[in-house]
Design a protein around this ligand. Sequence first.
Ligand code: PEP
Ligand code: MG
Length: 444
Amino acid sequence: MEDIGRRIIDVLEGNEHNGVKLKEKRVIVAEDIFPSDMAMLDHDKILGIATEKGNIYSHAAIMAKSLGIPAVVGVKGLLHAANVKDQVIVDGTSGQIYLNPEKQVRDEYLRLEKEYTTRLKELEPLRDLPAVTSDGTRILLRANIGLLSDVRTAIANGAEGVGLYRTEFPYMARTTFPNRQEQAALYGKILEGFPNQPVNIRTLDIGGDKGLPYFSYPHEDNPFLGWRSIRVSLDEEEIFREQLAGILLAAPVGQATIMFPLISCLDEVRRIRAILDSVVEELCQQGHDVCSGLPLGIMVEVPAAVQIIDRLAAEVDYLSIGTNDLIQYMLAADRNNAKVKQYYEPYHPAVLHAIKRVADVGRQTGKKVSLCGEMAADPLYALLLVGMGIREFSLSAPSIPLVKQAIRSHSLRLCQAMARKVLAFDTACDIKRYLAIRRKKLFG
Ligand code: PEP
Ligand code: MG
């Protein structure tokens, strides 16, 4: 809402609305940064991002990560302290910001940057190798993408297709809703980028912190518990049909699969199927050669979906666990709110047991389960998830090489032993303590 409001004021004041124009490469320091800002900025000119508000799981931070832009969010007092022309170091790894650092600090960071670049170079030969554990279990590593420019980064990092294409991101940079042909053209370009690999297209997931400037949205006291995601699509059926038609028209270009976010009950899946069937029929009647059997998946990101996962699995082709939202809903902790970040705990036993349950049901029912939240970007966590039965991940592309290296250097047996141990703990504290020891042992 704030995003839309600000953009309306921009238009009323006659400000040119092309987002902030960066003439030179710069670090962006701001109170907050919205996903729509990220969609419109010239990414090649952003050296780093530092904001006063936000959390690492907010969508703008996720976008920065997938583009390989260092970002530190939720820095109290930042705007008061920073001035234009200050020199800034943005250390996205440790979450530290340095304003006008001393020469020694600058030199140290120049050294770290060099080391980091060398490390990335060393990982390059991994790009075309499969992610397989040392005892032979194959793991698929796909990319999370949003913008067309993510395709390049995904390929450069050896992604095996796209596990999550967030279709709302490209629409944030527009002034009107794209029609089916425009959508088909865009989806087609993404599919062309991965000629022999699947691209999992997720339907619009707006609401919460993601607005579209041309789509009027009601005021809500609790937007993350409100009218977002699939709920909007099912209520605004024309918009939904237009998007489904765009996906179906593009599908023959590559290996498209289609996924629906924020599913909380079986009725939604059945309504989606009925609408999809009717769009297929409409396109066929118009003479299009449309594929009617596109694999259909759902995101598991609401606790209710975990509770009825066996019933949901029976009616879809695959499941994808969205831990970014699943954590916030399981633990009642807003993923964007820095004030409750200690409650947003990926290592909470409730979260881990929920993931395990979905992985188990996937195995029992023969339905593929992938995990596409940010959790998988941490190599140690990825190993733990492999031990819990996950065999496919979708993550920010720049994180793929390190996760691949971790998988290739360790055995499934080790991952399973780690998972057994972790699932037996009672508290997140115990789990974190144990994993800290493992991290030191496995990664030094
Ligand atoms: C998630 O919720 O984990 C997810 C992958 O979707 P998004 O971050 O776009 O909400
Ligand atoms: Mg989500």
